[in-house]
Design a protein around this ligand. Sequence first.
Ligand code: ISL
Ligand code: CA
Length: 535
Amino acid sequence: MNAKKSWWRDGVIYQIYPRSFQDSNGDGIGDLPGIIQRLDYLKDLGIDGIWLSPINPSPDVDFGYDVSDYLNIDPKFGTLEDFDRLLEEAHRRNIHIILDLVLNHTSDQHPWFQESLKSKDNPYHDWYLWRDPAPDGDYPNNWLSIFGGPGWEYNSALNQYYYHTFCAEQPDLNFRNPEVRRAVLDIFRFWLERGVDGFRLDVFNAYFKQKDLLDNPRRKGFHLRPYDRFEHVNDTSQPEMFPLLQEIRSLVDRYPERYVVGETFLADSVQARMYIAPDLLHAGFDYAYARSPWSAAGFGNAIAYWDALHGDKDWPNYFLNNHDTPRSATRYVTGEDDARLKLLACMHLTVRGTPYLYYGEEIGMRDTRYKRSEIQDPVGKRKWLSVKGRDGCRSPMQWDSSENAGFSPAKPWLRVNPDYPERNVQAQQQNPESLLNFYRALLRLRGENPALHAGSLQLLPLEYDSVLIYKRCAPNQTALVALNFSNRPQQISLPAVEEDNQTWQLAFSSSKEIQTDPDARTLSLPGYGSAILFV
Ligand code: ISL
Ligand code: CA
């Protein structure tokens, strides 16, 4: 590994859902000036980069994931000038900015789609996936929308269908059209020139579809969701994506220290890994770790696999939370105790790879429960009976105990979690034992110690059922991390130290009682206890 520090490889990235972070103008919706106001908080927390969920103009059918202009900022978030100021203020604090590019589909309000609707010989018609009905008038093929229903939407004026992987208001672009690819590369260039540090590519492996739009084969077994009853071999993961990623990467590499991370749609770890290489993506997301059951073996296996898939050449990344998934505090915890969340934090910030945090994770925000009438997410609106949608993890950031949690003086677009008077940034800043101060201390320790931010990973055999133990090895420093996933105390023997006359030194622990014995041969961990030692 390169000895020079790299912001994205050695650092920590924090995802902001801009609608929910900080409202600066009292309309109940978070915005860019709001984020600028909170940059000092993020600097003090100790993060190195921010991934902003989409901020381009959007009619908000899917809250920014339906873009109507890729080269501008949505007025509810601010202006291009606000964005330049955010970049400048973030860079002044050595915080990098990653934009979320949603290029598989546009909004149906995008001028390209509006043009494509006009006639079959409009130059933009072929920018989307228009097809004639089957001879019996049926859909062109058997593809479905992951958000429910058929993937094809009929337009009577043209007597044609267009394809949409997500909502009907999110028509998929036709990446086989070279003009579409050119327009997409221009979007990258525009934001690179403006000074952004990286991109997160939304469902990039869905850009290309099989050229004859062949039916997807049926999947074996029982699957509740109709979308899952098919193998998505013809509507995702086509080989044409590799040369396009190479083009994107070579453009991005013309600018120093830039970064591209991809969201691989419907992929397992091996598929997600295929797109990560020095001439493709820097990193990709994989759900295996976030979906692990609560156990040392579950997380240990997910980490071992993802780490081994990357090997020495590439650098893994990890997330426990994002804007599509119930929060880890809701998945793994019942009640208000944060002991399990401290354990997760200690693992998340010390495993080899780039950790992603999601706003509010550092204070243990729980999902908010919404009534049907409060639901905003299109997935929840459509599938209320089976799926409540993704609003729960998108509630406003809880800054303090004032009205609306300090997020906004006005009624927020989504109701604040009722636990905010107790669970908020200000309260946790004042409590030395809080989860927030635990994150801050860990982030500091991680940043200062090469073993933790750059070392290789060696998982130790699971000798104690519930204790995950691993080493991180840098040229002149080794760290040992021990994490007790059970609620009972555990005593572990520490591995032998190779260097003469040296012993493990306890550097960090989840509670003051945690100690090694005087010779540093054993370590006692209370239930959910965690510790970091160095030699
Ligand atoms: O959240 C999901 C279903 O409820 C996922 O299947 C999700 O749709 C999938 O991971 C793709 O997500 C991305 O693209 C979507 C957008 O709605 C998600 O927020 C985004 O992360 C369409 O742009
Ligand atoms: Ca606002």
